[in-house]
Design a protein around this ligand. Structure first.
Ligand code: KG4
Ligand code: ZN
Length: 339
């Protein structure tokens, strides 16, 4: 079974050729640099860049895998949520391929695909478990009864955690993308230098909030600037912000596990790359007797391997989409039954 995966939901253009359930014959991810000087993704530039590189990337992927278009058995493409202009580039290309090659097509939910990246490892986690899904667009705590069946237990009520990393990085003039920039700056900073709030940490719900934390950093930056002390404080600000965000994520995740007596926590999404989160969660979960699973670093951020794997999962469960599927910009995991 050869599955072609296509991902164009935001600022990464990615193509994967997946043989069977796990073997990646080729996996290409091109991160757009067009947005760097704007400090965030510019939607119009993103769709133009996808359009420019997707076909050459497909050619390169088939070349590397030494396969032809006719050899694929299934096409999976991100249908949403994401930037509509970007999604359309992938979706139209996938439909054209499905129609001309007469191959089955599956439209994939991007958030579910982040979770299903965990199916690409040697020993995938076995449900039931709790999933912490953390990306630039989503922050969700999900009870996974079985693959494909999800119950959302908590979510961010405002900014996604990745988004708050991006915005704080901009405030600290650390560049884009913000997550890795904050992590790098934080490495030489003191996480206790500034006492930033841990929003909603005492709230009994499993919801979270990151916009107040972001604003607290902004006020501190403004005060430091006025006092002429901003330059040189970035590492401490980054480390203190990161410590606050990570503490909220860990606290809420462990609480979610306790609430439903889950023994396993699976983390997914771009912000799952964060080293402070990985290390602190490992320590904290050890003492709580909870097994924590992270996908490999290259499968955390946007990639087409997770799209191919999710398409295969649904295909194996009897799904196939028609050519009239439509890209959707919003939403998360909470549609009635994935597929
Ligand atoms: O999953 P992803 O590639 O795209 C979305 O679906 O949003 O996640 C991108 C997000 C960005 O907000 C980025 O700042 C964040 O993941 N991120 C990180 C790290 N690497 C990426 N956040 C914290 N620490 C990191 N090392
Ligand atoms: Zn993503």
């Amino acid at each position: 079974m050869l599955t072609l995966g296509i991902e164009t939901s935001c600022d990464e253009t990615s193509v994967a050729l997946l043989e069977g359930e796990k073997k990646l014959l080729s996996h290409l991810v091109l991160s757009q640099m067009e947005h760097e000087r704007f400090g965030g993704v510019v939607p119009e530039l993103a769709s133009r860049a996808h359009q420019k590189v997707l076909l050459p990337l497909l050619e390169q992927a088939f070349g590397e895998a030494k396969r032809t278009l006719e050899e694929i058995d299934l096409i999976g493409v991100t249908l949403g949520p994401g930037l509509i202009g970007s999604l359309l580039v992938g979706v139209c290309t996938a439909k054209a391929l499905a129609l001309s090659l007469d191959k089955p097509l599956i439209g994939v939910n991007h958030v579910e695909a982040h979770l299903m990246a965990n199916l690409l490892v040697d020993e995938p986690p076995q449900p039931p478990f709790i999933a912490l899904l953390i990306s630039g667009g989503h922050t969700l705590l999900v009870e996974v009864e079985r693959w494909g069946r999800y119950l959302i237990l908590g979510r961010s009520r405002d900014d996604a955690v990745g988004e708050s990393f991006d915005k704080v990085a901009k405030m600290l003039e650390l560049g884009y993308p913000g997550g890795p920039a904050i992590e790098k700056a934080a490495a030489s900073g003191n996480p206790q230098a500034f006492a930033f709030p841990r929003p909603m940490i005492k709230d009994p719900s499993l919801d979270m909030s990151f916009s107040g934390l972001k604003t607290a950093v902004l006020y501190e930056v403004q005060d430091l600037r006025k006092a002429g002390k901003f330059n040189g404080s970035q590492a401490d600000l980054a480390a203190s912000f990161q410590a606050a965000a990570v503490e909220v994520l860990i606290e809420k995740s462990l609480r979610a596990c306790a609430r439903v007596s889950a023994r396993t926590l699976v983390v997914a999404g771009g912000a799952a790359r964060n080293k402070a989160l990985r290390e602190n969660l490992a320590t904290r979960s050890d003492s709580s007797g909870i097994k924590v699973i992270f996908p490999p670093l290259n499968l955390c951020t946007d990639n087409a391997a997770m799209i191919a794997r999710t398409a295969l999962f649904h295909f194996d469960h009897g799904c196939a989409d028609s050519l009239d599927i439509r890209a959707y910009p919003t939403g998360s995991l909470d549609w009635p039954e994935a597929g």
